[in-house]
Design a protein around this ligand. Structure first.
Ligand code: FES
Ligand SMILES: [Fe+2]
Length: 381
């Protein structure tokens, strides 16, 4: 799981004045909205004796741990230790990590890492033109892919040869041959545009079947992904007038479960009463993918490409793997095996920017990371 990355922790509407728990990268985080309306995110585990902060309460913009009442402010510093009385000054080491937050497009993005602000990648803004635009009708959705690793899910999303077999509503088994076209690298991802054979109209249902021309031969699909926020965007041009856009940000709950925050925008069947059928179709496709990927083995991406028989049509999946590796080597990734072994009796956290600025005097240790290489760091710049 990649660190020094932005992840969606919640929908903005979920965060209020009460503590909210979000699990990301196998760790607990606690979020709340302070008196000024700003969302704060901090490690969810108290540095005293491991109390669960999301079960505490907010008092004057501080989180009060439910176990012994220690209070932490929005910078993570402990301001009160009731058992020691008011006369002592609280030691600096009584502090917890806090993380940068951005509220964007109704989602709460948290930066999980210690990188300074100027080096943090920008959150993808591909979806912004579709939101609040009169020519697009948008529906949002959240979905938990249980038993699915985030990178295995990403490979499925960028895989343009599976729809013919997995998705009856938009794949065509009669013409599964992939159109091999160049893939364009972007800073932290890649993009590709392909024509794929459209399914016969009889495979469509409901209102969609009525509006699509019966002689339609292809769908033009542009796919773009980025490791920033584990995001992807899919433009499906069914005809020159009928386009559907899918966006999602995938947050690893842990190595084996993934939460997707997404939306679908369409420029057809714009009436709100059409939403229910669109959402039904969307969830059908999501569940079709889920029922493939949760049974794929191994659960995690193989370390070597020779352990699977990859073909030319798998080019985007290979690019995806390369982008994961480049990020891991240059910006950091958790060493999950080492972390899981250590985590049985030890709380570990993602190092926050305050820790980089002042590395000594923290109770919880940072999670172990995979080896990073100087060459990869240079290549990524
Ligand atoms: S565990 Fe939080 S105050 Fe004791
Ligand atoms: Fe799919």
């Amino acid at each position: 799981m990649l660190i020094n990355n932005w992840y969606v922790a919640a929908r903005a509407a979920e965060i209020g004045a009460k503590p909210f728990k979000s699990r990301m990268l196998g760790l607990d985080f606690m979020l709340f909205r302070d008196g000024s309306g700003k969302i704060n995110c901090m490690s969810g585990v108290c540095c005293h004796r491991g109390g669960a902060l999301h079960r505490g309460e907010i008092k004057a913009d501080c989180i009060v741990c439910p176990y012994h009442g220690w209070e932490f402010n929005t910078s993570g510093a402990c301001t009160k230790i009731p058992s020691m009385g008011d006369e002592i000054s609280v030691p600096k080491r009584a502090r917890i990590d806090t993380y940068p937050v951005q509220e964007k497009m109704g989602m709460v993005w948290v930066f999980l890492g210690d990188e300074e602000e100027s080096k943090r990648p920008a959150i993808p803004d591909w979806y912004e033109p579709f939101l609040n635009a009169p020519e697009w009708r948008v529906v949002t959705y959240d979905y938990i892919y249980t038993d699915v690793n985030w990178a295995r899910l990403g490979e499925n999303s960028v895989d343009t040869s599976h729809p013919a077999f997995v998705h009856k509503a938009f794949g065509n088994r009669l013409s599964p041959k992939a159109n091999i076209v160049p893939i364009t690298d972007t800073a932290f991802g890649a993009t590709v545009t392909r024509e794929r054979a459209a399914p016969p109209n009889s495979q469509k249902s409901g209102a969609m079947q009525k509006i699509l021309p019966t002689d339609r031969k292809t769908t033009r699909v542009t796919l773009e992904f980025s490791m920033v926020g584990i995001t992807e965007m899919l433009y499906q041009e069914m005809t020159s007038e009928i386009t559907q856009v899918l966006f999602s940000a995938r947050t690893p709950i842990d190595e084996y479960n993934t939460k997707s925050y997404g939306f679908q925008a369409r420029n057809f069947l714009m009436e709100p009463e059409q939403d229910a059928e669109r959402i039904k179709g969307l969830f059908q496709a999501i569940e079709e993918d889920h029922n493939i990927v949760r049974f794929v083995k191994p659960k995690l991406t193989p370390k070597s490409t020779t352990e699977e028989f990859l073909v030319e049509a798998d080019g985007m999946e290979l690019t995806y793997r390369r982008k994961v590796q480049e990020w891991a080597r240059s910006r950091g990734a958790i060493d999950t095996d080492a972390y899981e072994a250590a985590a049985k009796q030890q709380i570990m956290v993602i190092a926050s920017p305050a820790r980089r600025a002042d590395p000594k005097g923290w109770v919880h240790k940072p999670v172990p990371l995979q080896p990073m290489t100087a060459t990869a760091a240079i290549a990524a710049e």
